[in-house]
Design a protein around this ligand. Structure first.
Ligand SMILES: [Zn+2]
Length: 132
C-alpha cells in the first residue's frame, strides 16, 4: 500500500486487517474502532484502488442520510458507490496528471482508464471530474 494511503488511514484512525474475504475490501467497526478489511493477496495496484475507494466511502457516506439507508435502498447504494468511485478517480487522476505532466484538457479518459486497468464504465465519471 502506498504511503499516502497509509497516512490517510492513520489520520482517520482506521486500522487495517487482511483476511480471506470474498469482497476486495470494506470498512467495518469493531467495538467502535473503524477497521478496513482487505482481501489477502491483492496485487498492490488493485489494493491501492480498493483502499482509495473505501476511503471515499468513509469520507462521503455521511451524505447518505439524505438518500436513506445503504442496505435498504438501491438509490442510496448507487449514489454511495458513485461517490466512492469519484473519490478514487480524483486521486488517481491527480497522480496521472502529475506523473505525465498533463493538464486536465490534455487527458484522454480512455487512455487514462486503460493505463490504470480501470473499467471503461467509469468514462463518464472521469469526464465529470475533468470538467470540475
Ligand atoms: Zn463501494
Amino acid at each position: 500500500m502506498d504511503l499516502t494511503h497509509q497516512r490517510k488511514l492513520k489520520e482517520r484512525g482506521i486500522k487495517i486487517a487482511y483476511a480471506q474475504i470474498e469482497e476486495e475490501g470494506f470498512i467495518t467497526y469493531y467495538q467502535g474502532q473503524p477497521v478496513m478489511m482487505l482481501q489477502e493477496g491483492l496485487p498492490e495496484i488493485r489494493e491501492n484502488e480498493v483502499v482509495a475507494h473505501e476511503l471515499g466511502h468513509y469520507d462521503h457516506d455521511n451524505d447518505a442520510v439524505v438518500y436513506g439507508n445503504y442496505k435498504d435502498s438501491d438509490r442510496a447504494r448507487t449514489v454511495m458507490e458513485g461517490q466512492a468511485n469519484d473519490a478514487m478517480l480524483k486521486q488517481t487522476l491527480s497522480e496521472y496528471l502529475n506523473y505525465n505532466d498533463l493538464t486536465p484538457k490534455e487527458i484522454n479518459p480512455v487512455q487514462f482508464l486503460q493505463s490504470y486497468g480501470l473499467s471503461m464504465g467509469l468514462e463518464d465519471n472521469v469526464n465529470g471530474l475533468l470538467r470540475m
